[in-house]
Design a protein around this ligand. Structure first.
Ligand code: PLZ
Length: 454
């Protein structure tokens, strides 16, 4: 098999000075992790699952170090969060300085300037040069909820459309927007009213349907089943995350945006997973030049501290009554300090370019594997957000069992690897942008060997 060699570039960001190596000193999980997992079962709700029960004591660059002394290669970034790396020095310094000043006032009680500076930065970084406003929250789901509230208030309409394979969160409103039943929705209904679903553009599974045609199919369904006059917002991930790293065909997103604009429907881009350099642009919306009315962000925004945001057109964001939008912790000062340092790092360290380099390494090697192994049906994504869809080589049917075996084998070899996809047959690569090339390539070699043996 041909292996595409890529020149080694420097690691852009530090973190704790941990040896950047895969080092296994016990089986995975080791005895101390197993003991903690037993304690977890006695203390933590069984509904809170764990992908890989290795209990972490330190992390930085491209590794996570566990309680047994194993050093694992991180190909997940805590689900696309630690783009700048774990405990990146700039973030640590900024948060430590804030920690010594004050920890909380509640911005809606007694405000502070870092919240404003985060809003100014988001207004500048997000697509479009129109007047914008931002509001800060804690989690991705909470920001999605608020984007929907704001869109409803502004339009005076109620219906919201999400797409097949969508993921927008686990709260009552966002569960209704999320497509997949297991494990996210099963038994947790009833769901919120006035939420509808439209067909997605999924090139690998819709016969390569043209993006504009796929958008017109969705629009036709929306017009027939809901009516633009009832529709407050369309919400979509520009590249779907949990649903399987589905990149819609070119033209799909711009056609939807145009239709929304012509019909007084708020177009909401959920960039919770795709945002902040992850896809090789600052936002995935930048790739096709779409300008969302509202954008929802979280994950990569603050180097691992809990923060989320809604940014959008001033006239929409200013619609709610004073006091209509808020929360105790939203835009907490520690999270704002972290966000300012994190967003500065994306720009100063040119992490957009770094994400593209990582993408070239990932797609080069994964496409080489696909050429030789028909069970790799598709390699897709952008930048440092790349996935493979595993299928039965004979039938092309999704192969979740194979996916499970590959991921389990990679875990046993000390590589943190995540799955996704409606059919459970997608392996996703979301390395921290601070991972050294050598470690990324070693991680890929482990996955390749796991696939060969599975
Ligand atoms: N929108 C696009 O990807 C979170 C889910 C992890 P929260 N995705 C990871 C899990 O199993 O719960 C996500 C997302 C998109 C919204 C969310 C929700 O973000 O911060 O998890 O609420």
């Amino acid at each position: 098999m041909t292996i595409v060699e890529t020149p080694t570039s420097t690691v852009p960001l530090g973190g704790p000075s941990l040896p950047q190596e895969r080092r296994l000193v016990t089986s995975i999980p080791g005895p101390k992790s197993q003991a903690l997992q037993a304690r977890k079962a006695q203390a933590v709700s069984a509904g809170v699952g764990v992908t890989l029960p290795v209990y972490i004591v330190a992390a930085g660059g491209g590794v996570l170090v566990d309680v047994d002394g194993n050093s694992l290669i991180d190909l997940g970034s805590g689900i696309a969060v630690t783009g700048v790396g774990n405990s990146a020095p700039q973030v640590v310094e900024a948060v430590a300085a804030q920690l010594a000043q004050f920890t909380h006032t509640c911005f809606t009680v007694a405000p502070y300037d870092s919240y404003i500076e985060v809003a100014e930065t988001l207004n500048r970084l997000t697509p479009g040069d129109h007047a914008k406003r931002s509001a800060l929250f804690n989690s991705g789901a909470e920001a999605v909820e608020n984007a929907v509230k704001i869109a409803r208030h502004y339009t005076g309409k109620q219906a919201v459309v999400a797409f097949d394979h969508a993921y927008h969160g686990r709260t009552t409103l966002t569960m209704g927007l999320t497509a997949k039943n297991q494990p996210y929705k099963n038994g947790f209904g009833p769901f919120a009213a006035e939420l509808y679903r439209a067909p997605m553009s999924y090139p690998y599974r819709d016969g390569g349907l043209d993006g504009v045609v796929a958008a017109k199919r969705a629009i036709s369904q929306i017009e027939k089943q809901i009516g633009a006059e009832n529709l407050a917002a369309v919400i979509i991930e520009p590249i779907q995350g949990e649903g399987g790293f589905i990149v819609p065909a070119p033209g799909f997103l711009p056609t939807l945006v145009d239709w929304c604009r012509a019909n007084k429907v708020v177009f909401i881009a959920d960039e919770v997973q795709t945002g902040f350099a992850r896809t090789g642009d600052m936002f995935a919306s930048d790739h096709e030049g779409i300008v969302p009315d509202l954008m929802v962000m979280a994950k990569g925004i603050a180097g691992g501290l809990p923060l989320s945001a809604v940014t959008g057109r001033a006239e929409i964001m200013d619609s709610p009554q004073v006091g209509g939008i808020g929360g105790t912790y939203g835009g907490n000062p520690l999270a704002c300090a972290a966000a300012l340092a994190t967003m500065a790092a994306y720009e100063s360290e040119n992490l957009v370019a770094r994400a593209r380099e990582i993408g070239a390494i990932l797609t080069g090697r994964l496409n080489a594997i696909r050429t030789a192994d028909k069970r790799v049906g598709d390699v897709r994504g952008r930048g440092a957000m790349i996935a493979v869809e595993l299928v039965d080589a004979a039938t092309g049917e999704p192969d979740a069992a194979l996916t499970g075996r590959v991921v389990a084998a990679a875990h046993a070899q000390g590589v943190i690897l995540l799955t996704c996809g409606t059919y459970g047959n997608v392996i996703r690569f979301l390395p921290p942008l601070s991972i050294p090339d050598g470690l990324l390539i070693e991680g890929l070699q482990v996955v390749q060997a796991a696939l060969a043996a599975a």
